[in-house]
Design a protein around this ligand. Structure first.
Ligand code: IMP
Length: 426
């Protein structure tokens, strides 16, 4: 299950819904840059690290090898869930995931400042230390969750890592306002909370595959924040496409039987970078307000625009997506005219796939199909009584993407969901 746009497609709700027949939800990349808001039993839950499947009860919720984890944040999340009466025992934290350390947060903010002051452009990161943690992983100086098992060794590695980073930061003429001993103490306290959840997740996942259980692999962010396929450099530091669901979890490609992509009925983006169908008028403002388009993690207002099928089509091909879940259809109710981009124009040439360069993206013009919106989604109970205009909107998405729409969502609660895929047992 992955996002087909720039994240915030509503994956949390869809995963939570589809998890009903799963024995395990496994997150394959990202860290606490992600945020899921889930309304469950009339209560609102905001999760960053923990897969949303945890709220289902009894389902294993695995933070797998492709993720980066801030132990201080995860500790808080676990404690909060416990306080609210949620059983956290199904949580599994992979020894292979990499740690986001306090210094990574400092570096994230500093790197953004450096990009700015050197005449470049900020990425607009979430400042959670994601980029620096993944950089350390690639540079082979990162610390993995498994190191927490042996505290004596962890301390040594942590202090050495801190010293390397301190020297690098100071060589940029910046200072480090962090006390390694104080942060070590905080990490030790977090470790106590985390220890029961830490294990090599590989045998667990492989045994479940062998038993033929339903396992849901959950991506974070979205296709166009992918480090290779997104709007580089305005991307996150991990790979968000289906291919990485395998290396990020240890499940082989042939063991994946269904690939789902989540599409918000319009487009949003937080942070900097190109956005071809962005709206700077009252329509954009309307989407932001009625869609509650403010970041779950940072609270930043999201940039809003029309649905872009060049993006969705590319995401579908890139990840072999067969099933689409369309979310937030309620937000488009009563909008009057709706627009959907079916291709871009560049110097008279039609582009059907997402271009490879941010420079080119600045020069393209979206070509729009105009449609009428529906009045309301309030009385939807069956696929048969969907408003005519909404059916047309869905048909257009299927035609332009080449994938089938298997689920639609038109409100935050579980009840405001309709499964259109007969083959799936719900
Ligand atoms: P980072 O992942 O914090 O390094 O941020 C890189 C880019 O990805 C920024 O534009 C962020 O706003 C964006 N981003 C990261 N995580 C999410 C997410 O979960 N939803 C939407 N945008 C995200």
């Amino acid at each position: 299950m992955l996002g087909t746009q720039w994240g915030d497609e509503g994956k949390g709700k869809v995963v939570d819904y589809l998890a009903s027949d799963a024995s395990m939800v496994v997150r394959f990349q990202g860290g606490n840059n992600a945020g899921h808001t889930i309304v469950f039993g009339g209560r609102k839950f905001k999760l960053h690290h923990i897969p949303s499947g945890i709220l289902r009860g009894g389902i294993k919720a695995v933070i797998a090898s492709g993720c980066v984890v801030d132990p201080l944040v995860l500790r808080k999340e676990i404690e909060e869930l416990k306080e609210r009466g949620i059983d956290t025992s199904p949580l599994v934290l992979s020894t292979r995931a990499h740690l986001i350390l306090p210094i990574h947060r400092v570096m994230d903010a500093q790197e953004e400042r450096l990009r700015d002051s050197s005449g470049g452009k900020r990425v607009g990161t979430t400042k959670r230390g994601i980029g620096p943690a993944y950089s350390d992983k690639a540079s082979r100086v990162g610390l993995r969750v498994g190191e927490l098992l042996d505290w004596e060794r962890f301390q040594r590695l942590y202090l050495r890592h801190f010293e390397i980073k301190r020297r690098v930061i100071e060589s940029y003429g910046e200072s480090v306002d962090l006390d390694p001993e104080a942060t070590l103490k905080e990490l030790r306290e977090a470790r106590e909370v985390l220890l029961p959840f830490i294990q090599d997740h590989f045998p667990l996942v492989q045994d479940a595959v062998k038993r033929g259980e339903n396992i849901l692999l959950e991506g974070a962010q979205g296709t166009f924040l992918d480090i290779d396929w997104g709007t580089y450099p305005f991307v996150t530091s991990s790979s968000t496409v289906a291919g990485n669901a395998c290396s990020g979890t240890g499940v082989g490609p042939k063991d994946i039987s269904e690939i789902w992509g989540v599409v918000k009925a319009y487009t949003t983006r937080v942070g900097e970078g190109p956005f071809v169908t962005e709206l700077h008028d009252e329509y954009g403002e309307r989407l932001r307000v009625s869609g509650g388009e403010f970041g779950t993690t940072t609270g930043r207002p999201r940039r809003c625009g029309w649905l872009d099928m060049v993006m969705v089509r590319t995401a579908v091909r890139l990840s072999s997506i067969e099933h689409l879940a369309i979310t937030k259809l309620d937000v488009l109710s009563g909008m009057g005219t709706l627009k959907v981009a079916d291709y871009y124009l560049h110097n008279g040439k039609k582009l059907y796939y997402y271009p490879d360069s941010t420079y080119l993206l600045e020069e393209v013009e979206p070509h729009y199909v105009e449609m009428s919106s529906w009045d309301s989604t309030e009385n939807i109970t069956t696929p048969e009584n969907l408003p005519r205009e909404l059916k047309e909107y869905l048909r257009l998405i299927e035609k332009e993407s080449g994938a089938r729409i298997s689920l639609i969502s038109y409100g935050p609660s579980r009840e405001e969901t309709l499964v259109l895929y007969e083959g799936r047992k719900m």
